[in-house]
Design a protein around this ligand. Structure first.
Ligand SMILES: [Zn+2]
Length: 79
């Protein structure tokens, strides 16, 4: 006599949903670590991001120095 307890007991678990997007607690730029005030960056590095000095992850591009010099010139008004 076969017992009748071999039923499929599927537990309906909706997959996904583990995608929690939380704001980082610190600015992702290397050696910064300030509290983000704009987007994921601190005030200063938000401008960097806008100027292309760092990417979303706070990483610097290969031609960072070049861009940084350009950035400094742009933001340093001759006085
Ligand atoms: Zn920063």
């Amino acid at each position: 006599m076969a017992k009748k307890g071999d039923q499929d007991n599927k537990q309906p678990q909706s997959g996904g949903g583990g995608n929690v997007v939380s704001l980082p607690e610190r600015c992702p730029v290397e050696k910064c670590g300030k509290k983000p005030t704009r987007s994921a960056f601190c005030e200063e590095h938000f401008h960097w991001f806008k100027e292309g000095l760092v990417n979303r992850k706070g990483e610097k591009p290969k031609d960072f120095d070049k861009k940084y010099q350009h950035y400094l010139k742009k933001h340093r008004k001759a006085s």
